[in-house]
Write a protein that binds this ligand. Structure first.
Ligand SMILES: NC(=O)c1ccc[n+]([C@@H]2O[C@H](COP(=O)([O-])OP(=O)(O)OC[C@H]3O[C@@H](n4cnc5c(N)ncnc54)[C@H](O)[C@@H]3O)[C@@H](O)[C@H]2O)c1
Ligand SMILES: O=C(O)C(=O)C[C@@H](O)[C@H](O)[C@H](O)COP(=O)(O)O
Ligand SMILES: [Zn+2]
Length: 374
């Protein structure tokens, strides 16, 4: 348990503005925080089996303390849940529960539940409000904020979705204590991404504090979540629907999403692990193109190694497609314009930028070399 006070990051998006609260014990306080949003004293919670077993009782008690009733739908855990069949299941459940336009749905889980339930909320009766209660490190630092919602398609990652901002985000850092080490480290990939894309001081802070944070220091975890959310909020407030600078948050993701598709959205590769590998590849590409110092990709990989997360294609078990096939998967990326891939590259740690000026041959050679090293 940490004794740090609750931090608040305000995401100022006009009539879609909301607060992200970060701190210990927020599940038990959820009722008081959600009550002002409600037209009637009831919420509909969508969660998954692992989170329900560990934390649903605390959340429901917290809601009950403010006399808020709750109905619950429990889905299977894992990336495969972010799919058409489960979207249909959530949509059918909300209709069968007669959830109204003024009601609130609660997404209680990691990024899979947040993305799926946010999208279901976006399309239920043409859009109802939802609250994010993220339970994984990844969801607290990234997916619960900014309003990207959606599901995966056979053709690629997150290809069906909508921008739909939550009405509130409650990130209870206590629940991070029950994450499996692998899931915590996957989320760390997105934390390190923030330092790499726009804040060299934060990256240096992580180099010092990351190991203690991974080992369980709650105050450091809260600080890392707060800084990450603040960075994401600052970018989203400037570019809510990714017309420009929001694409920086996609550092490493063009590679990551192709690798996730290539591994069938299975537990061979978790999203945050793919982000870490993708960031390492993006820095290697930047170095090969003469954009950043040769030391930068080594420093990135050294930090990921020190934390103990995946960082190379050789860390992915099983077969992978060849470089051309990976490039073809990358062609479904949402940043493609007129058939041209765009990449997030870097002039250094903390200094990323978006560019279409990347020779395909350089990417292919990079992937060939990375595959050959497996
Ligand atoms: N919308 C966005 O902006 C955005 C940003 C980043 C990632 N994402 C998406 O988020 C998803 C990945 O999110 P994730 O890493 O949270 O995956 P996840 O939701 O599958 O959660 C990871 C694992 O942790 C478990 N878990 C969650 N909370 C727990 C807790 N408190 N204690 C114990 N176990 C817990 C889950 O059961 C699961 O096994 C991907 O689909 C990715 O595309 C979206
Ligand atoms: O919020 C964003 O913008 C991001 O890019 C954050 C990413 O970490 C996240 O994985 C996002 O879902 C990727 O978006 P996509 O548009 O490339 O599917
Ligand atoms: Zn991501």
């Amino acid at each position: 348990m940490t004794s740090s006070p609750i931090d608040t990051v305000h995401v100022d998006l006009g009539d879609r503005a909301y607060d992200v609260e970060i701190g210990a014990g927020l599940l038990a306080m959820a009722g008081a925080r959600i009550a002002p949003l409600l037209a009637r004293p009831k919420v509909w919670i969508v969660t998954e089996e692992t989170v329900a077993t560990l934390h649903l009782g605390t959340l429901r008690a917290g809601l009950g303390a403010a006399d808020i009733a709750s109905e619950v739908l429990i889905l299977p855990p894992g990336e495969a849940t972010k799919s058409w069949p489960h979207l249909q299941r959530v949509a059918d459940w909300l209709l069968s529960e007669r959830v109204e336009r003024a009601d609130i749905v609660v997404a209680f889980g990691g990024g899979v539940i947040g993305d799926l339930v946010g999208f279901a909320a976006a399309i239920h009766r043409r859009g109802i409000r939802f609250v994010q209660i993220p339970t994984s490190l990844l969801a607290q630092v990234d997916s619960s904020v900014g309003g990207k919602t959606g599901i995966n398609a056979a053709q690629g990652k997150n290809l069906i979705g909508a921008f739909h901002q939550p009405s509130r985000v409650l990130a209870d850092v206590d629940v991070l204590g029950t994450l499996k080490p692998r899931d915590f480290l996957a989320g760390y990939g997105e934390v390190a991404k923030y330092g790499m894309l726009g804040d060299a001081d934060f990256f240096a802070w992580l180099e010092v504090n990351g190991p203690a944070m991974a080992a369980g220091d709650d105050a450091l975890r809260q600080e890392a979540v707060r800084r990450s959310v603040q960075m994401k909020a600052d970018i989203v407030m400037r570019d809510e629907t990714e017309q420009g600078c929001r694409a920086l948050l996609n550092l490493g993701h063009t590679f990551c999403h192709a690798l996730e598709a290539a591994t069938g959205y299975s537990d061979r590769l978790l999203h945050g692990e793919g982000v870490a590998i993708g960031c390492a590849l993006a820095f290697e590409l930047s170095s090969r193109l003469g954009l950043c110092a040769q030391e930068d990709p080594s420093r990135v990989r050294a930090h990921l190694a020190a934390i103990g997360t995946k960082r190379d294609l050789s860390d992915i078990p099983g077969d992978l497609p060849d470089a051309r096939a990976l490039l073809s998967l990358m062609g479904q990326d949402k940043k493609v314009v007129a058939g041209q891939l765009r990449f997030i590259l870097a002039r250094g740690i903390g200094d990323a930028f978006v560019t279409a000026d990347v020779p395909t041959k350089a990417v292919e050679t990079l992937l060939q070399d990375a595959l050959a090293a497996r």
